[in-house]
Design a protein around this ligand. Structure first.
Ligand code: ADP
Ligand code: MG
Length: 463
């Protein structure tokens, strides 16, 4: 197996272990290894499904997959055989299996539904034929913590199949397909942000994404240069996107848009006028996969041949103040979306000016809006945010869909211990389960780590 010379040492060691494990399990070497990270959303929550703006970053925790395509002559040629080192029910691996030809939404239970959803959307593409395959996944993204462990698995699977089958799909295509896999196959009504961050993130930057057009820009997030860390506080409260709260918020936004005669809440935002100007000339428009470390673009800088950003025409904007024609609860939901879009734009401006401490205030304002207007926080997340701020964090907020999952705090490195201790003490005082705390760094998006065999190499080059 040939390893990219730029692959990080620890990743290479992990890939070698995964290759070894795969070979032991399936009796053949894999055709390649890919990784896809989880994400933290710095700001821009519940704006993605409203066609708005988000600013997540890919984190230095990722799902790694080893994959081998089966040949037509194998006895199980039409079957996907899956294994994962995540085995909550005991044992050292959990297994899943599905037949490629008989996939329908709901036909695969458990974690196998995520790779199966990816296959389901790929076989719906014109001319794409997916053979059976073997896949082993090993992930360092905590499960159910709101850091998108599920998208890490889906994105790792889709970039692997894109490369192995030579499909040549671009990052925006892969993002939209992965969203369809979650929405249509898994049944989680999630937006486009998480997989976009996992696909397009860059080390040292955050991904400023227009969820309507998928135009994007990497905005510098030089935490270390400013002596700052992002501390994740996993509340250990299980969230589930398939549960009612997330879907109810989404439905509420859709009802509000219908009542106001607009396509999405984005149409209410003055952000549409601002959009073309908000993307700097030095933007990164995603290219086609694979996104290897070797071909990664610099953190900022123009991409040759990138199409101009045209913005979106503003149509059918109601003349009435929209918040006056909606019931109180819906008006608060809408107010959150509008104010959060504005905060994302403001954060981007500040980051471009290197003003990271100003970003802290915006993060905290985002949390207040999510807590009071959008009502998606919970006791544990509020306690984590309050404790972190009281102990000196310069900003803190829940991250992800809410109702549990994680909070993040922007903290001076010198105060990291005191903030962490304060959070742990608060949880202990309230007799809550001890949260997990760890720092994360902005990392590169999904990558091919290694591939084997001349046939594969040819496919990878073509894509
Ligand atoms: P998260 O915020 O972590 O994405 P979700 O509830 O959306 O939480 O997704 C968690 C689910 O994703 C798990 O229950 C499992 O089905 C799947 N998953 C995540 N990581 C892995 C993994 N390493 N192996 C197998 N399945 C995984
Ligand atoms: Mg998820």
């Amino acid at each position: 197996m040939t390893y990219q010379s730029t692959a990080r040492t620890s990743e290479r060691a992990r890939a070698e272990r995964l290759t070894h494990r795969f070979t032991e399990l399936f009796g053949h070497a894999p055709h390649g290894i890919w990784r896809a990270p989880g994400r933290v959303n710095l700001i821009g929550e519940h704006t993605d499904y409203n066609d708005g703006f988000v600013l997540p970053f890919a984190i230095d925790r990722a799902a790694m997959v080893a994959v081998r395509l089966k040949s037509g002559s194998e006895s199980t040629a039409g079957t996907a055989d899956l294994a994962s080192t995540y085995a909550p029910d005991g044992g050292d691996l959990s297994r899943a299996r599905f037949s490629i030809d008989s996939l329908t939404p709901g036909s695969v239970d458990g974690w196998g539904a995520y790779p199966a959803g990816v296959v389901y959307v790929l076989i719906g593409l014109d001319g794409a034929e997916v053979p059976g395959f073997e896949l082993l996944v090993d992930s360092t993204v905590p499960v159910g913590a709101g850091l998108s462990s599920s998208h890490a698995v889906e994105v790792a699977t889709i970039v692997a199949l894109n490369d192995l089958l030579g499909l040549g799909l671009s990052h925006p295509d892969l993002a939209r397909l992965t969203q369809r896999a979650e929405n249509e196959f898994v049944g989680a009504p999630t937006g486009i942000m998480d997989q976009s961050a996992s696909l397009m993130g860059r080390a040292g930057g955050a991904l400023f994404l227009d969820c309507r057009t998928l135009e994007s820009e990497i905005v510098p997030l030089p935490l270390a240069e400013h002596g700052l860390s992002v501390l994740v506080i996993d509340s250990k409260v299980a969230h589930s996107h398939a549960d009612g709260g997330y879907a109810a918020r989404r439905a509420s936004c859709e009802r509000a848009a219908t009542a106001l005669g607009i396509t999405s809440l984005r149409d209410l935002s003055t952000a549409d006028d601002a959009a073309p100007a908000t993307f700097s000339a030095a933007r990164i428009v995603p290219g086609s996969a694979p996104n290897t470390a070797a071909d990664a673009a610099p953190v900022t800088g123009p991409v040759p041949g990138a199409p101009p950003i045209t913005g979106t025409p503003k149509t059918d904007v109601p003349e009435l103040d929209p918040l006056d024609v909606l019931d109180d609860e819906t008006a608060r939901r809408v107010r959150h979306v509008l104010s959060e879009n504005a905060r994302v734009l403001e954060t981007v401006q500040r980051l471009r000016q290197g003003d990271l401490s100003g970003v802290g205030e915006l993060m905290t304002a985002s949390h207040v809006s999510l807590r009071d207007d959008y009502e998606v926080s919970c006791l544990e997340l509020d306690l984590a945010v309050d404790a972190a701020l009281n102990a000196g964090a310069i900003g803190a907020r829940m991250t992800g869909g809410g109702f549990g999952g994680s909070a993040i705090a922007l903290v001076h490195e010198s105060q990291l211990d005191q903030v962490r201790d304060a959070v742990l003490k608060t949880f202990a005082d309230h007799e809550l389960q001890t949260p997990d705390t760890f720092t994360v760094l902005p990392a590169d998006g999904a990558q091919l780590i290694a591939f084997a065999g001349p046939g594969c190499q040819e496919n990878v080059r073509r894509s």
